[in-house]
Design a protein around this ligand. Structure first.
Ligand SMILES: NC(=O)c1ccc[n+]([C@@H]2O[C@H](COP(=O)([O-])OP(=O)(O)OC[C@H]3O[C@@H](n4cnc5c(N)ncnc54)[C@H](OP(=O)(O)O)[C@@H]3O)[C@@H](O)[C@H]2O)c1
Length: 280
């Protein structure tokens, strides 16, 4: 998708990165060599390769922010893409209604862990759903209640929920609505489980086109699909949250560049509690 008609324009994967500026172009005003920065490697949609699995990347200045001094480069590299996804999809729903009851399905993953922390900062009661191996991790992030999806069904256990954030994208609309308050909202982020659940052609896009259409008639579905946030603004907000101690980045494992295949396998196996980082 978006990666060229016959072959990929950018063959190197990876979007998130953190590092030190080694050189700047003539028009760059925000950064200078030696600055410690973090960000995404390009300013467009997040479906295409970004070239971050490398020692050096060349990026436009507006996708970057100065790295907060209170975290390492490895921690900083875990935040941008998942953080921007969480901000764009959740900020408008979580931050305007403190005290709400929120279910996060897939809460221990990349997007989910940031969603937990955003919700907790705003005084929400957070119910996190994920795998048995990740219950302690969710608790350590401040989740009020954890549910093991391998043993229990959140839609059978809860009620009076204000907001369901379905990162894992496994809840059916009808069962999710059963536990929602009448004015409650469902936000689906969309997860193809690393290709395991997607269709060969168009992946999960068909499902999402259906949801987008249905959202026009169903008030419980978030319909603000195409809202965007300037990356410079989003990175500034994430940096502020990290500096204020509201957002912690947990690194589960690091791999070196030659070990990328093992890193991807580790991601697919889904056992890591926290993020996986590639280091040069
Ligand atoms: N993270 C990003 O940077 C980013 C950027 C753009 C878009 N997105 C979208 O967001 C999706 C999610 O990203 P992510 O990084 O958060 O993925 P992730 O790290 O893989 O997290 C998904 C979590 O959901 C859990 N899960 C699997 N099946 C479940 C079920 N039936 N019920 C509850 N939880 C379940 C997984 O646990 P298991 O270990 O058991 O599988 C995992 O902990 C991506 O696939 C993508 O479509 C993410």
């Amino acid at each position: 998708m978006g990666a060229g008609l016959k072959r990929q324009k950018q063959p190197i994967p990876g979007l998130d990165m953190a590092g030190e500026v080694t050189a700047v172009g003539d028009d760059v005003t925000d950064f200078r060599p030696g600055d410690a920065v973090f960000g995404e490697t390009h300013d467009r949609i997040q479906w295409i390769n970004g070239g971050a699995y490398a020692e050096y990347v060349c990026v436009p200045q507006h996708v970057l922010a100065l790295k907060p001094e209170n975290i390492s480069f490895e921690q900083a590299a875990t935040v941008p893409t998942a953080g921007i996804i969480a901000l764009v999809n959740l900020q408008k729903h979580i931050w305007r209604k403190p005290g709400q009851r929120i279910v996060i399905n897939g809460a221990a993953g990349g997007v989910g862990n940031i969603a937990i922390q955003m919700a907790r900062t705003n005084g929400a009661h957070v119910i996190g759903v994920d795998h048995t191996a990740k219950l302690d991790y969710m608790q350590s992030l401040g989740t009020d209640k954890v549910i093991d999806y391998t043993k229990e069904d959140v839609t059978e256990l809860e009620q009076d929920i204000d907001l369901i954030i379905d990162v894992a994208s496994t809840l059916s609309l009808s069962s999710a609505k059963r536990i929602l308050k009448p004015d409650g909202l469902i936000v689906t982020i969309g997860h193809d489980h690393y290709g395991a659940k997607s269709r060969k052609t168009l992946g999960g896009i068909r499902h999402f086109l259906g949801l987008m259409l249905w959202a026009r008639f169903d008030r419980s579905l978030d319909s603000s699909w195409f809202e965007v946030m300037e990356k410079r603004d989003a990175m500034g907000i994430l940096r502020g949250m990290i500096e204020a101690g509201e957002l912690t980045a947990v690194v589960a494992r690091t791999f070196t560049l030659p070990e990328v295949p093992a890193a991807i396998r580790c991601l697919q196996e889904g056992q890591a509690c926290g993020r996986i980082v590639i280091v040069p």
